[in-house]
Design a binder for this molecule. Structure first.
Ligand SMILES: [Zn+2]
Length: 86
């Protein structure tokens, strides 16, 4: 028995923390308390015991928006720099 909620699929209580995922890198699974059941392989939210799909979608959107915002900001900064040095 550990600190994580039981598996929503098989009820197993030996969930292990996932350190790295393709969608969230190192930070995503930490934020979403993403754990994996060794019994059936189901990954879920270790705090709520619910499926983490919604959280993953929200996380991906937030990261996507931040990345896009950063790119837009860099282009704007570059454009401003070119204006200033013309
Ligand atoms: Zn399970």
């Amino acid at each position: 028995m550990n600190a994580y909620a039981p598996c929503p699929q098989c009820g197993g209580t030996n969930a292990e923390k996932i350190r790295f995922t393709w969608w969230g890198g190192l930070l995503g699974p930490k934020i979403l308390k993403h754990v994996k059941c060794p019994g059936c392989g189901k990954a879920y939210n270790g705090k709520t015991g619910q499926d983490n799909t919604t959280g993953i979608v929200i996380y991906s959107v937030v990261v996507g928006v931040l990345a896009l915002g950063l790119v837009v900001f860099m282009f704007a900064a570059l454009a401003a720099l070119m204006m200033a040095t013309r």
